[in-house]
Design a protein around this ligand. Structure first.
Ligand code: HEC
Ligand code: HEC
Ligand code: HEC
Ligand code: HEC
Ligand code: HEC
Ligand code: HEC
Length: 425
């Protein structure tokens, strides 16, 4: 009995110590890391990289968040040329993607330096995504989705603390019982003479065996295991099929930053559907031809448009037999079981594209800004106030309500039941 309570004491002490140390070192480290990383990033990387947008090199935020293999990233940053020479498939892929532009070799950076840079970039990127777009009151964007992790961690800490208290209480009970037992058995004297230290040394093995037989201890260990495994699979399941940050390479280097940002072409010039129907839709290449019949006709990227349409810039004629449509890679993709309608949000709800898609006009290449999870939809629906003034949609509904109150005839048609998107996907 005595030994079990000793084991408990030692066990709880060392656990407390480890936990304390871990918390201290974690918080201290994270701060030092990011600050050092920032200095390196600003002095060595900003010439070619930004965190959020593509420049000469890729947007580092999404890039190093998607690529989680830190060993590979470290090798790449320290000496990308070596990786390319060794024909590393990942390195070759990105090298070709960026038209074999060369990144500087940073042999002088230690592994720790690189780790600091990665910590900084990932941290900044996370902050940017957590922040809602400026100037949009009530917008949730990615901010709504802080994910289950923080809640989970606090939950876990709570469970561990409770388990500790239980251990301590049990410990006290055991000690009291022990004293009682010893008094009754009259063994008190005999036992007291052996010093505690010797007792521990003598039967360590027996202790372990006894500890294993102790149902409470075994139960506690199993409980920890179950909680650990459970939370791991919980987090994994939460993140399955969430493609936030997804940024595929498109067949034509079309830039929203140039067209929608610098040239200020309105979103609806190309994505007319967003105001009228369920789908925003990707514009047909004929829309591009409004300008590119004459603009940048020598560019190989623009020639991809010509090829896709079977257009011959010399004769200015289309040959539909030679046309082979561009395969834009779809970025946003809700599963079929969810119905989302753009016009309902953009036209009736007057929600800006940027609330859901981020600052597209600053993106060289579009990426998925919002998580597109059910939680994301629901949170916005709970927080956003609708504006019914001057909206034909609500005027219709209010008129119908009046009629219902007066007992007049109301048909589905009066409630928008003739709109194509109500019945068609
Ligand atoms: C001279 C321009 C230049 C500088 C400076 C530069 N990079 Fe790059 N980086 C590139 C280019 C270009 C690519 C795309 C691949 C290629 O063409 O080599 C790239 C790619 C990357 C990648 C993607 C690798 C992958 O496979 O996912 C990472 C990560 C990266 N750079 C990190 C850094 C860091 C960190 C620094 C600063 C220490 C830095 N870069 C400085 C030009 C640069
Ligand atoms: C000149 C035409 C044009 C204009 C203007 C334009 N876009 Fe696009 N947009 C495209 C094309 C082409 C694609 C498909 C290629 C791509 O993803 O970059 C696209 C793709 C997108 C996508 C990703 C679609 C997917 O695959 O899920 C979003 C979101 C988007 N645009 C939003 C906007 C917003 C918001 C604006 C206004 C700030 C805007 N666009 C202005 C042509 C345009
Ligand atoms: C309102 C006119 C307009 C429309 C519509 C338009 N563009 Fe452009 N685009 C331009 C202009 C102007 C430039 C050149 C800017 C410059 O001088 O670098 C350009 C540049 C480009 C470039 C870069 C070419 C290069 O080599 O630098 C690509 C690629 C491109 N556009 C693709 C598209 C695609 C794809 C569409 C259709 C979805 C489209 N553009 C629609 C005006 C337009
Ligand atoms: C309330 C959030 C929200 C707003 C506001 C919004 N979108 Fe979307 N957008 C989405 C969702 C969700 C999808 C994915 C739809 C799907 O997969 O069926 C999407 C998909 C797209 C696509 C991919 C093609 C398609 O039609 O599915 C384009 C392009 C697009 N949006 C452009 C725009 C433009 C331009 C605006 C502003 C006029 C806008 N969006 C406003 C949430 C929004
Ligand atoms: C940025 C906030 C926002 C987000 C994100 C958002 N919605 Fe909405 N949604 C609204 C608002 C506001 C309305 C009400 C528009 C109106 O009728 O005035 C609405 C209305 C709707 C309606 C019509 C409800 C009705 O009774 O008529 C549906 C369906 C809907 N949203 C689906 C979705 C889905 C699915 C998603 C996620 C993929 C989503 N929404 C994401 C703001 C949002
Ligand atoms: C009240 C629901 C409803 C509304 C509103 C509605 N439709 Fe339909 N539509 C249907 C149904 C159901 C079918 C399938 C009929 C069948 O298969 O015989 C259909 C079939 C179609 C078809 C034929 C598809 C095919 O494969 O043969 C087209 C085209 C069509 N609708 C277009 C529209 C347009 C455009 C609007 C808006 C002006 C609209 N619909 C509004 C219910 C509706």
């Amino acid at each position: 009995m005595r030994n079990i309570s000793l084991i408990f004491k030692q066990f709880s002490k060392s656990l407390l110590l480890v936990a304390g140390l871990a918390i201290c070192s974690l918080s201290a480290n994270a701060q030092a890391d990011a600050a050092k990383g920032e200095a390196i990033f600003k002095s060595k990387c900003t010439a070619c990289h930004k965190i959020e947008t593509r420049m000469t090199g890729p947007a580092l935020g999404p890039q190093v968040t998607q690529e989680t293999d830190d060993k590979y990233l470290t090798k790449w940053i320290q000496n990308n040329q070596a990786l390319i020479a060794a024909k590393n498939p990942k390195a070759l892929k990105i090298y070709n993607e960026y038209n074999q532009a060369n990144m500087t070799v940073f042999a002088e950076l230690s592994d720790a330096d690189v780790a600091n840079v990665l910590t900084y970039v990932r941290g900044e990127w996370k902050k940017m995504q957590d922040k809602p777009a400026a100037g949009q009151a009530g917008s949730t964007g990615a901010a709504a989705e802080s994910g289950p992790s923080s809640l989970l961690i606090w939950g876990l800490i709570g469970v561990i603390v409770i388990a500790f208290i239980v251990i301590l209480v049990l410990n006290k009970v055991i000690a009291t019982l022990e004293r009682l037992l010893l008094k009754r058995g009259g063994l008190a004297l005999e036992d007291e003479e052996v010093t505690e230290v010797e007792a521990v040394k003598a039967d360590r093995l027996a202790d372990v065996k006894r500890a294993l037989k102790n149902k409470k201890l075994v139960f506690f260990i199993v409980l920890c295991g179950v909680i650990g495994l459970g939370s791991w699979s919980w987090v994994t399941m939460w993140n399955t099929n969430v493609h936030q940050g997804y940024q595929p390479v498109q067949p034509i280097k079309y830039s929203h930053k140039l067209h929608a940002g610098i040239m200020k072409i309105e979103c609806q010039y190309c994505h007319t559907g967003a105001f009228k129907s369920k789908n925003a839709a990707i514009p047909s290449l004929n829309v591009c031809m409004n300008c590119h019949k004459v603009v940048k006709t020598e560019s190989p990227e623009i020639h991809k448009i010509y090829d896709a349409l079977g257009y011959n810039p010399e004769t200015q004629k289309y040959d539909s037999t030679k046309a082979r449509p561009i395969q834009w890679v779809r970025i946003h993709n809700l599963p079929d079981l969810a119905y989302f309608n753009h016009s309902q949000h953009v036209k009736v709800g007057a929600i800006k594209c940027q609330t859901c898609h981020g600052q597209v006009q600053n993106m060289q290449e579009v990426y998925q800004y919002s998580p597109l999870t059910m939680k994301w939809c629901i949170q916005c629906h709970k927080r956003t106030e609708i504006n019914s003034k001057g909206s034909a949609y609500y005027d219709k509904i209010l008129a119908a309500h009046d009629k219902i109150k007066k007992g007049e005839k109301v048909t589905p048609a009066m409630l928008g039941g003739l709109e194509c998107a109500k019945c068609h996907y």
